[in-house]
Design a protein around this ligand. Sequence first.
Ligand SMILES: Nc1nc2c(c(=O)[nH]1)N[C@H]1C(S)=C(S)[C@@H](COP(=O)(O)O)O[C@H]1N2
Ligand SMILES: [Mo]
Length: 523
Amino acid sequence: MTPDDAPTSLRGRRLAGAVAGLLAAGVALGVAELVAALVNGRASPVVAVGGSAIDATPRWLKEWAIRSFGTHDKTFLVGAILVVLVVLAAVTGMLAVRDRSVGLAGVAVLAVVGALSAGTRPGARLVDTLPSLVGGAVGAGALILLLRSLRPLEHRAASPAPPAAGPVYDRRAFLLTGIGAVAVGAAAGVAGRSALSKRVDVAASRAAVVLPAPRTPAPPLPAGADLRVPGLSAFQTPTRNFYRIDTALLVPQLTTKNWRLRVHGLVDREIELDFATLLARGLVERDITLTCVSNEVGGPLIGSARWLGAPLADLIREAGPHPDADQILSRSIDGMTIGTPTAVVLDGRDALLAVGMNGAPLPVTHGFPVRMVVPGLYGYVSATKWVVDLELTRFADAQAYWVRRGWAETGPIKTMARIDTPGAFAQVKTGRVAVAGVAWAQHRGIDRVEVRVDGGPWQQARLASVPSTDTWRQWVLPWQATRGQHILQARATDPSGVPQPEQATDPFPSGATGWPEVQVDVV
Ligand SMILES: Nc1nc2c(c(=O)[nH]1)N[C@H]1C(S)=C(S)[C@@H](COP(=O)(O)O)O[C@H]1N2
Ligand SMILES: [Mo]
């Protein structure tokens, strides 16, 4: 710009810069709101900053605020934070007209404050920092675009020189960019809010569930089901550590009130039932170990829980399945399809429409309010979460989601052992070391687990007791460890008497095979 038009030009552009700062902050907040709703169902960074501010406020000030504002103290706090944000955003935008890096630094500082607050709230996880960081990044992008349209016209090669008293920047471009920013921020914010409010519904619905006592309680755990060897997986996997596998980007939000299950297809009588009717059918409680077909040898995609649910076989029988209906095609509210052999569900095993997991209603991520659990089958052919529809059909007529993608049509769980301790590449001391792990062959059972060191003779491990064949089984072998590097291998055997094969194969298409192996360093 030329020295003589600087004062008016700069004033006008600074004012527009302040507006740009406010718009960018709006975009950032809207996007943060949406990301917060998507990644964790928690509130926006503003609320997190508010929470941190409350924690950091001295007690006298807190008490003054409560006295002065009563139950509106939180509203006041959020309002105060927004006012501070508005001022900072406007000032940042103004300064950024002269120097873009000042604007970006301002956005970065605000994003980091939001991320730190959200990431340090009680119970926070790393993903809680995402809303601020993504919001900040998108806000920075909006600021850059807005500032670009604020560049003095004479600096832009293609633009005609501005008339002496006319606008000093491209007002039309700024207006259009600004409208775009408002639209993006508002759309993201509204979408985030509505997603968040649905989640709150589901949390309330879950909190309101009163699980009836089981008509048939789980058989008591035999003494010594848990060997309690340090480093060995607990017999019952704590729900918070239970693996989660699904295709849902957004966890389906289904309340008990909105839940219905329809049984139809090749049946004599269609059935439709609601949540209360399902509970009233009488529930059984069972320890069952769930396994994912994608689990690698030695992998973590397995967990054991105490499930509470209605027997699935009874319901299917009531519907009167036609003899040729060899597949129960279950569907979840988010459109996942899973095909289970009808014969397996009806063969007397404890196939469940589960509503409870480890003594509580199903967590939303594990299928609230109702999921299937069928002992002995990998999850992708049996464990439909958020299940709402059971269609009796034929494998020849309808293919489920993963089967269409080449995975095996039926997925019985393969016999498998896992070495939990010592861990891979662990350093252990010479002398007696407990080698321990779990082994599983759900619904057939584990008869033997053997361990060998450096390819030597197989040694039989001691097996823990189990309540049924539907769970994994712990095992332990005391080993006299000698100095040096050693390879430990394990193999399990089910009642067929044939040990699991040595041949290592990929999980695709029907589950991994091979002996688990760990290398340890004895010092
Ligand atoms: N609706 C739905 N149900 C699903 C899936 C899914 O993607 N969507 N994945 C299945 C697979 S592959 C497995 S292994 C189990 C995992 O259950 P979990 O997440 O409770 O451990 O859920 C099954 N049920
Ligand atoms: Mo799976």
